[in-house]
Ligand binder design. Sequence first.
Ligand SMILES: *[C@@H]1O[C@H](CO)[C@@H](O)[C@H](O)[C@H]1NC(C)=O
Ligand SMILES: *[C@@H]1O[C@H](CO)[C@@H](O)[C@H](O)[C@H]1NC(C)=O
Ligand SMILES: *[C@@H]1O[C@H](CO)[C@@H](O)[C@H](O)[C@H]1NC(C)=O
Ligand SMILES: *[C@@H]1O[C@H](CO)[C@@H](O)[C@H](O)[C@H]1NC(C)=O
Length: 383
Amino acid sequence: MHFTLLTGLLLGIAQAVVVPNHPGPFSVTMRVKALTDHSRTDPLNNSVKRQVLVSVFSPVPDSTKCSTEVIPYMPPATAASYGALAQSAGLPADIFSSFQLELCNLSNAQARRCRGGGKTTHRFPLVLFSPGLAESRLLYSVTAKSIAAQGYIVVTIDHPYDTEVIEFPDGSVVRSNGTDGMEQQLTEIRAADMSFILSRLRHLSSSDNPLFRTLPAKVDFTHVLAMGHSLGGAAAAQVLPLDKRFLGGIDMDGRLFNPVLTSGMRQPFLMLGRERHAEEDATWDSFWKVLRGPEGMVGVAGTTHASFTDLPALVQALGLPAEAQSRVEQVLGTAGGSRMQEIVAGVCAGFFRSVFEGEFWKLLEAIKEFSEVSVRNGSFGGV
Ligand SMILES: *[C@@H]1O[C@H](CO)[C@@H](O)[C@H](O)[C@H]1NC(C)=O
Ligand SMILES: *[C@@H]1O[C@H](CO)[C@@H](O)[C@H](O)[C@H]1NC(C)=O
Ligand SMILES: *[C@@H]1O[C@H](CO)[C@@H](O)[C@H](O)[C@H]1NC(C)=O
Ligand SMILES: *[C@@H]1O[C@H](CO)[C@@H](O)[C@H](O)[C@H]1NC(C)=O
């Protein structure tokens, strides 16, 4: 994260700032769940079993049942960790604890009624989302909510000892001990995490687990996708050839790593990034050559690497004075927070539909909605 030169421009920020997502046909509710892989020793800590933490964002089929709940965007240790970075750039240290998310609050009985039964059961495709290197899953909650509002169950993931700080619901905190030079290994560990999460969620959904008992919708496990930002996008690429349950994937502005960088894959894949990503990162053109499914390499004008996180939406919610805004744009791009939410949700949903329907050209229709988005390379033939 690189905020710069904002010193003194942030006076008068309100105590609490609700960060809006891009709205869609659905309200969104959220659950947090720790999942332990009892079959796997943590490759980064041999004294524990691998345990990930996920947020599950679910569309609500009947929003009339929602009451509004407002929750902190980040719990204290995570907000403090981001706050330390913010402070080093001259921002208030407590800035991340002032952000809030608005969600649909449902009682268990209301959730059950929303889920329905028999013919009216509401099922939504599943999207697993892996964050940037060391970043918290929470830095993508607004993005996940924007995608979920389009009709997808979106699961954001904290990967232990890679994510800087993870606060588990039982109060335990797991911190990274540094990740320098470990990128390639981390993409493989994250890919294994994604396969495990998919298996575990599938298992829990068929048991009487509270997670699924309190969700207002069911997961369509025949329609599963992987995506991520930065190293998380590389992890999404990594899992696809290994686990065919994932029907397609999206890398948002992430450099790719072996083995998938040379082996490629057959599933549809979208590379969605800043406009000149391929000119600045040779792995994009190399990867393009080994992709065998329908594929798109798409750029968004006015973006930087950080544009594909929640940061632009957070900053926009602060309502900065114009002179601060122009400084922020040097780091976060000119595309703007709400517009980035709209673009990412629209292009991702367009890609997902094109994968499920086997009509990859439909992605082009979604892209045409946004003047900032252009296709650098594309093979949009039939699947
Ligand atoms: C590994 O896990 C143990 C038990 O939770 C913990 O005490 C230890 O600090 C962890 N190691 C690292 C490198 O974080
Ligand atoms: C959700 O609603 C329940 C029941 O009305 C209430 O007890 C609970 O505090 C609400 N949760 C939040 C986070 O507002
Ligand atoms: C944490 O990282 C430091 C510096 O790389 C290393 O010396 C130390 O052994 C590491 N600790 C653990 C528990 O892995
Ligand atoms: C991808 O697009 C770039 C820029 O238009 C072009 O130079 C390159 O040849 C294309 N690559 C492929 C494999 O189509």
